[in-house]
Design a protein around this ligand. Structure first.
Ligand code: NAP
Length: 363
């Protein structure tokens, strides 16, 4: 009975959040609609888009390719991936679009993808952690994790850690590399305990599991930004909330959502292209808005996601779950007095401490 009530609660909360977003989008349409970000061409820059074979990810990959970026589409269906990459190359007249297989449900596949990408010798300026599953069938990933947690959160957690060195090395002065993580308004109703981030913890109902994975992603992205800023790294971590877009993500949704789709259709739902604009802005704008970004503008995420203690505990649990990310460097703690207000204000890399000069030997 309590399991039934928990499932009902999670479903009602998810629908309430979805309805609020659809209402906001409907109002926005009535006031003129959404506008694409205006961005300069980005030749020479390279992005990885996970889940770039469908929906918002495919639109993100297409828009970045249209800006002249090299794009690596990372997803788990090889035939579909090669076809989509070829279509985007033809559509954008950009030859630098390729597919590399990545199954975020498998930590071994994530490690292999990172090795394969790094061995190409390409720079990396934007990692778009876009792929996701929603209302996945109950069960476990090959590594034994609840599927939403494993695919949406832990796969991206490990991927980001493995590629951070390349992102850092690819940044140039005044132009930081970017980690863009796709969240969802459902994170506002998510619940997480660090001990849930591991194998064999009891699986919540599907709506709650999706919301929990998105809450974990926001905690991760904000902690990453906190550490990057404290270390003065030339990389930023931002969260893109795409709103509600009409994509295959809802393939497993119930009658309520299907009815809303049939009734409101294009009036309230974003197209996948509109849903991609926030990700594209964060990946390619010279000084994008920081923090949590919705409809191309900064917004306030759930207050809980700013709690350093919870961020640290979820990060540590994720690190244990993935078995180490192979990063040799330690992450320093932010200096005393550092706050998330600073996180949002940071737009340029902090200058590194000048090194003491060796005295020159006299001739
Ligand atoms: N659509 C919305 O309204 C909405 C709202 C809020 C947040 N979001 C977020 O936006 C992101 C994109 O969603 P979407 O609506 O574009 O969904 P979508 O159309 O279902 O696309 C999801 C993409 O992720 C890929 N993917 C799924 N499982 C994967 C795995 N194990 N390994 C690698 N790739 C995998 C899919 O590949 P296959 O097609 O081969 O499975 C597909 O390319 C997700 O993170 C989602 O949570 C979407």
């Amino acid at each position: 009975m309590s399991a039934l009530l928990a499932a009902l609660r999670a479903t009602v909360l998810a629908y309430a959040v979805g309805a609020a977003v659809l209402f906001r989008q409907l109002l926005r349409r009535l006031r003129g609609g959404f506008r694409p970000p205006e961005l300069r061409p980005q030749p020479g820059r390279v992005a990885i888009v996970t889940g770039g074979t469908d929906g918002i990810g495919r639109a993100t990959a297409t828009q970045l390719a249209a800006l002249g970026m090299g794009v690596v589409i990372a997803a788990n269906d090889e035939a579909k991936g090669q076809e989509v990459a070829a279509q985007i190359r033809a559509e954008t007249e950009n030859e630098n679009v390729r597919f590399l297989p990545l199954d975020l449900a498998s930590l071994a596949s994530v490690r292999k993808f990172a090795r394969d990408f790094l061995s190409l010798g390409l720079p990396l300026h934007a990692l778009v952690n876009n792929a996701g599953v929603m209302l996945a069938a109950p069960g476990a990933t090959p590594d034994g994790f609840e599927p939403h947690l494993g695919v949406n959160f832990l796969g991206h957690f490990l991927l980001t850690r493995l590629l951070l060195g390349r992102l850092r090395a690819s940044a140039s002065r005044g132009r930081r590399s970017r980690v863009v993580t796709l969240a969802s308004a459902t994170h506002y109703v998510g619940r997480i305990r660090p001990e849930d981030v591991g194998r064999g913890s009891p699986a919540p109902p599907a709506h709650a599991a999706y919301a929990r994975s998105k809450l974990a992603l926001v905690l991760f992205a904000r902690r990453l930004q906190r550490l990057l800023a404290a270390r003065g790294d030339p990389v930023t971590s931002g969260v893109a909330d795409p709103g509600v877009a009409d994509t295959a993500l809802f393939r497993n949704a119930g009658w309520g959502l299907r009815a809303a789709r049939a009734l409101l259709g294009g009036a309230a739902f974003k197209t996948p292209e509109e849903g991609a604009w926030t990700s594209v802005l964060l990946a390619a704008a010279p000084a994008p808005p920081c923090g949590y970004v919705v409809d191309e503008a900064p917004a306030t995420p759930l207050a809980l996601t700013g709690e350093a203690g919870l961020q640290d505990a979820v990060w540590a649990a994720a690190e244990r779950a993935v078995g180490g990310a192979g990063e040799e460097e330690a992450w320093p703690e932010p200096p005393p007095g550092w706050s998330h207000a600073q996180e949002d204000a940071e737009t340029e890399p902090r200058p590194r401490e000048p090194r003491p000069r060796e005295p020159r030997p006299r001739p």
